[in-house]
Design a protein around this ligand. Structure first.
Ligand SMILES: NC(=O)c1ccc[n+]([C@@H]2O[C@H](COP(=O)([O-])OP(=O)(O)OC[C@H]3O[C@@H](n4cnc5c(N)ncnc54)[C@H](OP(=O)(O)O)[C@@H]3O)[C@@H](O)[C@H]2O)c1
Length: 249
């Protein structure tokens, strides 16, 4: 129970990595707000899962790329659960995978803006109360593609690499206020977002991975729990790849 008495907000927690993070933080005593944008049923299932195990969870709908919706969601969480101690920027946005010369600027801009708006708006709304209380932990879910780009991923890699820089900028500015800001970077992880990758391709990646398998959402949740808890109290501005060792930096 590393998070007793803490309140957490996990964006995009109705499915995949966000759902696993929400469940683990709740299992360790945090009151968790589970954000979704469209899939209410999936969000409700995560909340039910948490409460069935004796945890505390609140379902909150918001498109985190929209400033008003993000601000409204955070007010709703604060009113219901109290000030937010842990913010996990996880929501995953669909994006085009295509060679650079086939990439429309509009799609590139949409991915970059979406990733950064979601981080900016949520942090802007949460950080003032963290400053007042002199503590807080923000964890952004990036991607190993931010440091090791692959063909067709120019928008995703650029957006996630900007997110890494945003995290380090905030870590610098907010450290003196007792607020830690870190990045967790998954490699290929089995979720709805990667369901379309053919099986043989996933097996080939597993075969190249030192730990010889693909990632699961629960693999990502563990490092997030550590960074959310006081066990990492002297750690900020870091980038933690969680990919079974396939990309050693
Ligand atoms: N899976 C991987 O291999 C992998 C690898 C590296 C990094 N990541 C990163 O890990 C994070 C989670 O990815 P995932 O694979 O778990 O994704 P996923 O299974 O596709 O789930 C996406 C989640 O984000 C929510 N979401 C989407 N757009 C949103 C918006 N505008 N506002 C609020 N919530 C929104 C979805 O809500 P609804 O259910 O309501 O649609 C859902 O809960 C992402 O940041 C992704 O880039 C994933």
């Amino acid at each position: 129970m590393m998070l007793t008495g803490k309140t957490a907000l996990v964006t995009g927690a109705s499915r995949g990595i966000g759902a696993a993070i929400a469940r683990l933080l709740a299992q360790h005593g945090a009151a968790v707000s589970v954000n979704y944008v469209n899939n209410r049923e999936a969000g409700e299932a995560v909340v039910q899962n948490i409460t069935a195990l004796g945890g505390k969870a609140l379902l909150v709908q918001a498109d985190v790329t929209d400033r008003n919706q993000s601000e409204h969601m955070i007010l709703e969480v604060e009113q219901a659960l109290g000030p937010i101690d842990i913010l996990v920027l996880n929501a995953g946005f669909q994006f085009r995978i295509a060679p650079f010369l086939d990439f429309p600027w509009e799609d590139f801009e949409h991915k970059l803006a979406g990733e950064l708006k979601a981080a900016f708006f949520c942090c802007r709304a949460v950080v003032p109360s963290m400053i007042t209380r002199g503590s807080g932990s923000i964890i952004a879910i990036s991607s190993t593609l931010s440091r090791h780009p692959g063909d067709g991923f120019c928008a995703h890699s650029t957006a996630k690499s900007a997110l890494n820089a945003f995290v380090q900028s905030l870590a610098h500015e907010l450290g003196p206020h007792g607020i830690r800001v870190n990045t967790v970077a998954p490699g290929l992880t089995l979720t709805d977002a990667t369901a379309g990758i053919p099986g043989p391709q996933k097996q080939a990646i597993a075969a190249m991975t030192p730990l010889r398998r693909n990632g699961l959402p629960e693999d990502i949740a563990g490092p997030v729990l550590f960074l959310a808890s006081d066990q990492s109290r002297f750690i900020t501005g870091t980038y933690t790849p969680v990919d079974g060792g396939i990309q050693m930096t």
